[in-house]
Ligand binder design. Structure first.
Ligand code: ATR
Length: 280
């Protein structure tokens, strides 16, 4: 036994722009926990060696971000969510075994529950734009909440079709030409592509026909309010942005490493929002 304070980190390449140290640092301070959370920039070819020495380096666990989420899954004992998504973003030790999960699933669900409590009782159908890693986490969350029809819109249709193989017949692959018709009367739209992100092409969808009590979520958080979310707000729809999801996905890791389940608050949101808006 050592009396060392618990340490965690985010492992990425690059890692320096990560908002996670600020976020976890805020919670460590708030709950008076003696611990630390840092950023580790590790190249893909060095990732496996780094993970093997994670415990030796004094880490109780880690977040894993681009481009390591697939490799993290391979190098650990995944839980059901990480396996189903096919990617891991959170690592921790359980009886000396390196375990992994994917907290993007609960991050997405937490942000939606906050934006529109009871949303999952009002719809059994959703439209998900994108079929990458983030899309798979969102889809698993929707399936966990019992949605019966998930239209997955993707530029490369074969990737949406692969998701039907992975998750089942509730996945309805679709192309961008289908979006306008799908959105008519829709209750839930989620963008999991990088479209609309600063420096990326715009996302051009018309959401006028969505249900009045509909919800729009966007994983993009630079800018905080994408054009999609501005349009949704203008129509009085509930919205969740990428920062909401980022904050909620961080809760599970913090609890695993530091033993306290932290709260996502307006104050924390404002702190990170100022950082993002300041380009920090
Ligand atoms: P992530 O793991 O963050 O989800 P990803 O696996 O690279 O990232 O997935 C990116 C998603 O955004 C994909 O669905 C991608 O569509 P393709 O599968 O056709 O590549 C989508 N995407 C990215 N840029 C796009 C663009 N310019 N137009 C349409 N879709 C785009």
């Amino acid at each position: 036994m050592t009396s060392e304070a618990p340490k965690a980190c985010v492992i990425g390449y690059p890692a320096k722009h990560s908002r996670s140290p600020k976020l976890h640092g805020y919670w460590l301070d708030k709950y008076g926990i003696e611990g630390s959370y840092s950023a580790e920039e590790i190249a893909p070819e060095d990732f496996a060696a780094f993970i093997k020495t994670l415990a030796e380096r004094g880490y109780a666990g880690a977040n894993v971000t681009m481009p390591h989420k697939d490799m993290a899954l391979q190098l650990s004992e995944p839980d059901a969510r990480a396996l189903a998504v096919g990617a891991a973003n959170t690592l921790w030790f359980e009886n000396g075994v390196l375990r992994s999960t994917n907290t993007d699933v609960e991050g997405f669900l937490g942000s939606l529950d906050t934006a529109s409590p009871g949303w999952d009782t009002r719809t059994s159908s959703a439209i998900v734009l994108g079929a990458g890693g983030a899309g798979r986490a969102v889809i698993l969350g929707l399936i966990e909440r019992g949605l019966r029809e998930i239209h997955v819109v993707n530029r490369t249709l074969s990737k949406a079709e692969e998701l039907k193989e992975r998750f089942g017949d509730m996945i309805k692959p679709a192309g961008w030409d289908d979006v306008a018709a799908l959105l008519n009367g829709a209750h839930l739209l989620v963008n999991t592509t990088s479209l609309g992100m600063h420096g990326e092409p715009p996302l051009t969808v018309t959401i006028d026909g969505m249900a009045r009590d509909g919800v729009v979520a966007d994983i993009v958080y630079v800018p905080l309010k994408t054009q999609l979310l501005l349009d949704a707000e203008a129509q009085g729809l509930a919205t969740a942005n990428g920062l909401d999801m980022l904050l909620h996905q961080a809760v599970g890791g913090f609890e695993l490493w530091f033993g306290t389940r932290p709260e996502v608050t307006g104050e924390l949101y404002d702190l990170l929002a100022a950082d993002i808006e300041g380009g920090g």
